[in-house]
Design a protein. Structure first.
Length: 122
């Protein structure tokens, strides 16, 4: 019974507190993910921050912090998605060149592919 009461109180606090923060959300942009390296670093750092906050109590302040963290994570994921799409295209060039037995293209595009892919996972 006591647990249910606490959950109800937390739910009420969150319901009535989040609109207070709403004005601040419109202005928060998060950290940029302009380069692949920056996006990977932000993704790792902000996932760790999110993990830390999620381990705590779901206070209104925690909800506000999580909301802010997600902006940076969304920026990082957007950049990672764009970069991974380019990697898929680059790898397809290598694949097709290997089918045509085109060593120059395989070497050139393969080197670019590996350089970029190792920025994501070394």
């Amino acid at each position: 019974m006591e647990h249910t009461c606490k959950l109800a109180i937390v739910g009420a606090v969150l319901t009535f507190s989040l609109p207070v923060f709403a004005g601040e959300y419109d202005h928060y942009k998060g950290e940029p993910g302009e380069t692949l390296e920056q996006a990977v670093a932000n993704f790792s750092e902000y996932n760790n921050k999110l993990d830390r906050v999620l381990a705590g109590e779901p206070t209104p302040e925690a909800m506000h912090e999580i909301h802010q963290l997600t902006y940076t994570l969304e920026n990082a994921l957007g950049k990672l998605n764009r970069e991974l799409d380019e990697l898929v295209e680059r790898l397809e060039l290598v694949h097709e060149a290997s089918e045509r037995a085109d060593p120059e293209t395989v070497k050139r595009e393969g080197a670019i592919y590996l350089e970029q892919s190792r920025k994501v996972i070394p």
